[in-house]
Design a protein around this ligand. Structure first.
Ligand SMILES: Nc1nc2c(c(=O)[nH]1)N[C@H]1C(S)=C(S)[C@@H](COP(=O)(O)O)O[C@H]1N2
Ligand SMILES: [Mo]
Length: 338
């Protein structure tokens, strides 16, 4: 397979050897050294396994392409561990077990779910090693779930419980942030649209006040939105293509995967803003300080499109590593780096 056919639409490969830590950075009770994985719910024989018990079972190795919903991919990462399919023989799911929920030992009890048949068909792996080493804690060690061919939010870090359910139970990102429950990167199933109707959206666009609202996936393209107040707004996947957004305030907003193609953002505020995976191709970012924003997977040009205006745009040194190599090279060549 060529590299190109391995990269789903809208994704960019991170610099080789880079693997960003996304979402939660550590498990809960990290001082507790023993780790167990429990399988329960609709099973005949609930069971709890220690890390060493899992390591003594037959290990399966899989080479996995990681695709994060915020548009970065890391190809050909070798993982090994125990296939969920192999654990099922030990616990025997009941006939009415149709879904699996993977629950994390983490501060927010992070979880995600899959239909059981999908988890099996996707070779869901209870992973204990990555790249030949025990998984690092930041990446979910000692035990993390790996679900190949789904966006990476289906792969829970610090896995401590697998629950078998009759009905689906939405996970953390799916319920809270509107991430798509199917998560197929080849179909770009990134987010569910917000539940506002067109008329409400139009009224809000006219008011130029988006502050603290959940407007994910809103299409506000081709508007004059100078001075927009979007403080604290949830704008994942929103479209602002060709908008005039001079002096707009996006402080503390979530703009991951938002599109600002050709937008005028001069003097806009991005303090504490999440712009992971956002597209700024051809945008005017004059007098914008991006140094306090989360930038993983963001782009400032793409293919033939015009390049963003960055000559008076500020970035910080440590952010550069979170950009794809081509984007990084472009940013370094013109922007101000603090
Ligand atoms: N417990 C837990 N698991 C999680 C998350 C999280 O925040 N908490 N984030 C998910 C998301 S959105 C991604 S992209 C991957 C990131 O894994 P990494 O930090 O090893 O790159 O973990 C997934 N699993
Ligand atoms: Mo993610």
């Amino acid at each position: 397979m060529t590299e190109l056919t391995k990269i789903p639409p809208g994704q960019q490969v991170v610099a080789s050897n880079k693997w960003p830590v996304i979402g939660e950075r550590e498990p809960a009770n990290s001082e507790k050294t023993s780790w167990t994985l429990s399988l329960g719910g609709l099973v005949e024989s609930p069971a709890t396994f220690s890390t060493s018990q899992l390591l003594s079972m037959p290990q399966t190795s899989l080479v996995v392409d990681i695709h994060c919903v915020t548009r970065w991919s890391k190809l050909d990462v070798p993982f090994s561990g125990v296939l969920l399919k192999d654990l099922l023989r030990l616990v025997e799911p009941k006939p009415n077990a149709k879904f699996v929920s993977f629950v994390s030992r983490s501060a927010r009890k992070h979880s995600t779910s899959l239909p059981l048949d999908v988890a099996i068909a996707h070779d869901c792996l209870i992973a204990l090693a990555a790249e030949g080493q025990p998984i690092e804690s930041g990446h979910g060690g000692p035990i993390r779930n790996i679900v190949p061919r789904k966006y990476f939010y289906k792969s829970v870090k610090w896995l401590e419980e697998i629950e078998f359910l009759e009905e689906d139970r939405l996970g953390y990102w799916e319920a809270d942030a509107g991430y798509h429950n199917l998560a197929d990167p080849w179909k770009e199933q990134r987010y569910m649209a917000a539940t506002i109707d067109r008329r409400t959206a139009a009224t809000l666009i006219d008011s130029k006040d988006f502050s603290n609202r959940d407007l994910r996936s809103i299409d506000a393209s081709n508007r004059n939105l100078d001075g927009l107040n979007a403080v604290g707004a949830k704008l994942r996947d929103a479209a602002f293509d060709n908008c005039s957004l001079a002096k707009a305030d996006f402080s503390d907003a979530n703009l991951s995967n938002a599109s600002f193609v050709g937008a005028n953002l001069s003097g806009a505020k991005f303090s504490g803003t999440d712009v992971e995976g956002a597209d700024f191709s051809g945008a005017d970012l004059t007098d914008v300080d991006l140094s306090g924003s989360s930038l993983i997977g963001a782009s400032f040009f793409s293919g033939e499109r015009t390049h963003a205006k960055l000559s008076a745009t500020t970035f910080s040194q440590h952010q550069l590593d979170s950009l794809n190599p081509g984007q990084r090279e472009f940013v370094v060549s013109i922007a101000r780096i603090q």
